[in-house]
Ligand binder design. Structure first.
Ligand code: EPZ
Length: 421
């Protein structure tokens, strides 16, 4: 198992490329199952979660060609409808394949994705919607078996929570369903918009109403297309926090500032300067950042839950006290104990975490328990005095391409010891 060694409190300065968004690439890769022609996906990040998605596509019968950040997929010969447990278990979001497989094969067999570090990851909203559309679902021995006896029916589906994954699964299972399927209280994350744009380029008819509902008008087939994945707004936020904690001055290349609308006010409150020119974002700060008073995670366009951990890591160094409220996941504070090991002053009470900023933290050995918690350890290690050693890097490698290379390029004293698993 590899570890990251960081010698902290070195100012970051320079350019960082922002790659394609993991949470856009994964559903788009799954949706290629629906395409009768070849799909060329550009700006696809090189991540372990993407690798697992490609393994699932190949298992199902798709032909894959990888050329750096370009992936060519031909799903014409897909002839399987099941995903074996060993593949399902490798990635929690593999459930996103369910809707696409049902659409294509009229049946599907997958294992429950299982919980993860963020607490139980229920899929009740996914299954309830599929049943409403006419999918027969049997759950036994940790397995979900779906089949469509007659035809899927277009429905008006009202989500009790704007679940990203459930929205994606309903879209993918309704693309070929005659009539109009309407998703009320659909998720509105930029990654959903990117998926819709991809599908419409393949010939789907999907639009969003002014109230934010998603309407899918069934079509008979989808062709292939070329598509460029949107930039990763959470990776961008992570590098912003890394620069701010070292009082650095960096230029992020290839961002979409519109997707960071809930992030900019947080950095502004901290006294961090930002300047956006087209797809470039310059961020700098000379003095110790001030604390952001209140951060509560909400569905988009609110403050993203995926940014909570890295902003908390930065807040641990700020002047003043910050209050975080995690409204999306049940258990997304596993990074707090590790921040406390570095000397941070953080108290958690249920969904709320109180962070009293300190002038400096002291490097030590820390663990990561989930993807964004791992990123939070990197941010905290960059700001701390002395050496920080971060283990369980498999979490980090799921969502950050070349993070140590990018950080080293802008002045971080960081290296990976042991081989990447
Ligand atoms: C997606 O997860 C993202 N993952 C997550 O990013 C992100 O944190 C999350 O959306 C929220 O923005 C991918 O896109 C691959 P949800 P997803 O369904 O779809 C509850 C990262 O770090 N819920 O919107 O699983 C659920 O338990 C990852 O990149 C149900 O109760 O998120 C959670 O509390 C982490 N029943 C809340 O809704 C359901 O059927 C949000 O879940 C589905 C969800």
């Amino acid at each position: 198992m590899s570890k990251l060694l960081i010698c902290g409190a070195h100012r970051l300065e320079g350019r960082v490329p922002i790659y394609g968004a993991k949470n856009s690439a994964l559903p788009i890769l799954a949706s290629t199952i629906l395409c009768s022609g070849e799909c060329v996906i550009h700006n696809c990040p090189i991540l372990s979660d993407v690798d697992v998605s490609l393994k699932i596509l190949e298992y199902l019968g798709a032909k894959i060609q990888k050329q750096n950040h370009d992936i060519i997929i031909n799903a014409k010969n897909i002839d399987r409808y099941d995903i074996p447990e060993f593949l399902m278990r490798q990635m929690r979001s593999s459930i996103i394949f369910l809707g696409a497989i049902i659409s294509r094969m009229k049946k599907a067999k997958v294992s429950f994705p299982g919980g993860c570090e963020l607490g139980p990851r229920p899929i009740d909203l996914h299954l309830k919607a599929l049943k409403q559309m006419g999918v027969t679902i049997e759950e036994h021995h940790g397995c979900i078996e779906c089949h469509v006896e007659k035809k899927l029916k277009s429905q008006e589906i009202s989500l009790s929570f704007p679940s990203v994954g459930a929205t994606e699964n309903i879209i993918l299972s309704s693309v070929f369903v005659q009539g109009k399927t309407k998703i009320i209280n659909a998720a509105r994350e930029p990654e959903i918009t990117d998926l819709i744009n991809f599908l419409n380029k393949c010939g789907a008819k999907i639009f969003t109403t002014k109230e934010g509902s998603v309407v899918v008008e069934g079509v008979s087939k989808l062709t292939g297309t070329e598509h460029r994945i949107i930039p990763d707004r959470i990776a961008a936020t992570t590098y912003m926090a890394a620069a701010a904690v070292t009082r650095g001055d960096i230029l992020l290349e290839g961002i979409c500032s519109r997707h960071l609308s809930a992030i900019f006010p947080v950095f502004e409150e901290m006294g961090v300067k930002t300047c956006v020119v087209k797809k470039q974002l310059r961020l700098w700060i000379e003095n110790r950042p001030k604390c952001v008073k209140f951060v509560r995670t909400m569905p988009y366009p609110g403050f993203p839950t995926d940014a909570q951990a890295v902003i908390m890591a930065l807040s641990a160094f700020c002047k003043g006290t910050s209050v975080f409220v995690e409204n999306i996941f049940e258990s997304r504070y596993k990074h707090v104990d590790e921040l406390v090991r570095l000397g941070a002053n953080v108290k958690v009470e249920g969904k709320t975490a109180i962070v009293r900023g300190r002038r400096s933290l002291q490097g030590t050995t820390v663990k990561s328990y989930d993807l964004r918690g791992a990123a939070a350890m990197v941010v905290a290690g960059l700001g701390a005095q002395g050496e920080t050693c971060i283990s369980n890097l498999n979490h980090l490698d799921r969502g950050y391409e070349d993070i140590e290379k990018n950080l080293k390029t802008i002045g971080a004293l960081i290296k990976r010891v042991g081989k990447k698993n």
